[in-house]
Design a protein around this ligand. Structure first.
Ligand code: PBG
Length: 343
């Protein structure tokens, strides 16, 4: 009959479970959800990695990273101004090196007039307040695409560290506020700290790529800096095995003892456990790098209409904060900063 099928709201609301604690109560309205929110993303959490290329008033798209472009130095200065006005604290610089300038030893890394050094000077002059972070590694400069010196099939540790030290000093001289060794050689943090201090650059920070994994998620980045076509083999003898977790604690212990001011976990989202482990164990600044492949996945799925790109972007970045990251390197930085500004 009619009464049996007539389900009234009030009947639905009748409590049938005896629950003193109902977590949903705090989620019932926006005002309440805002009050109990544990983490928030702010513009101060963002580091924007940018790609540099030769030329003037020149920008070229990176095919595997829709929305990301390589920028000539003058264009990079313009973007640095925009980033500063948005409140983004820092940029990380990555050069696309003219393939003609690549050689086995990565000599161009030691050229004070190379693309990164010129960009450092130009941006520092125009936008002194923005933090400038440089990658210390040889991969943009070597003909074989590796981060270090290759002897036969081996990446030689100690000789590489010597070269990286000179690269870091050059970056500091050109205006880098922080150098970020991403090469994963043993002992490089201590060697760079010692050399910076001896050069009276105790002010230059070292942001160590502490837990950097041999990852498939770097693919689009290698397109962006022109390494994918030249790289011989893989980087598994120096970057970490994705299967490992305790090993990152050893890397962190060493990096901190050698003088690292901050640590980076890279890639980001597949390694949130490492962000959390490093943060809780050491209680020191931990940054996550949302790498090129993560950016590409979100962007590609959004372009296909398969996910809401905007929401996935914000959710992925908030997840880094929840895991314990103090800041995030992300190619979404300017888009997110604009969005946060609009409120
Ligand atoms: C290499 C370097 C890499 C990235 C930053 N520095 C790639 C690699 O190790 O091959 C990757 C960043 C990204 O994928 O966004 N020194």
């Amino acid at each position: 009959d009619a009464a049996a099928g007539d389900v009234k709201t009030s009947r639905f609301r009748q409590a049938t479970l005896d629950l003193p604690i109902r977590p949903r109560r705090n989620r019932k309205a926006d005002w309440s959800r805002r009050l109990v929110r544990e983490n928030a993303l702010s513009v101060s959490d963002l580091i924007w990695p940018i790609f540099l290329v030769e030329g003037e008033r020149h920008r070229e798209p990176v095919a595997s990273m829709p929305g990301v472009e390589r920028l000539s130095v003058d264009e990079a200065v313009g973007e640095a101004e925009r980033a500063a006005s948005l409140g983004i604290p820092a940029l990380a610089l990555f050069p696309f090196t003219d393939p003609m300038l690549r050689d086995a030893r990565g000599s161009e890394a030691q050229n004070p007039e190379n693309l990164v050094c010129r960009a450092l000077r130009a941006i520092k002059r125009a936008v002194p307040e923005i933090g400038l972070i440089t990658d210390v590694a040889l991969d943009p400069y070597t003909s074989h695409g590796h981060d270090g010196l290759l002897d036969g099939a081996e990446i030689v540790n100690d000789a590489t560290v010597e070269v990286l030290v000179r690269q870091a000093l050059l970056h500091a001289e050109a205006g880098a506020d922080a150098v970020a060794p991403s090469d994963m050689m043993d002992g490089r943090i201590g060697a760079i700290r010692t050399a910076l201090d001896a050069a009276n650059r105790t002010d230059v920070q070292i942001i160590a790529y502490t837990a950097k994994y041999a990852s498939a998620f770097y693919g689009p980045f290698r397109d962006a800096i022109g390494t994918s076509t030249v790289l011989i083999g893989d980087k598994r003898t120096y970057q970490m095995d994705p299967a490992n977790s305790d090993e990152a604690l050893l890397e962190a212990e060493l990096d901190l003892a050698e003088g690292a001011d901050m640590m980076i976990v890279k890639p980001g989202m597949p390694y949130l456990d490492m962000v959390h482990r490093l943060k809780t164990r050491f209680e020191r600044p931990v940054l996550a790098y949302q790498v090129s492949g993560e950016y590409a996945m979100i962007t590609a799925a959004a372009q296909n209409g398969w996910i809401d790109g905007d929401r996935a972007m914000m959710e992925s970045l908030l997840a880094f904060k929840r895991a314990g990251a103090d800041a995030v390197l992300t190619y979404f930085a300017p888009v997110v900063a604009e969005k946060l500004k609009r409120g």
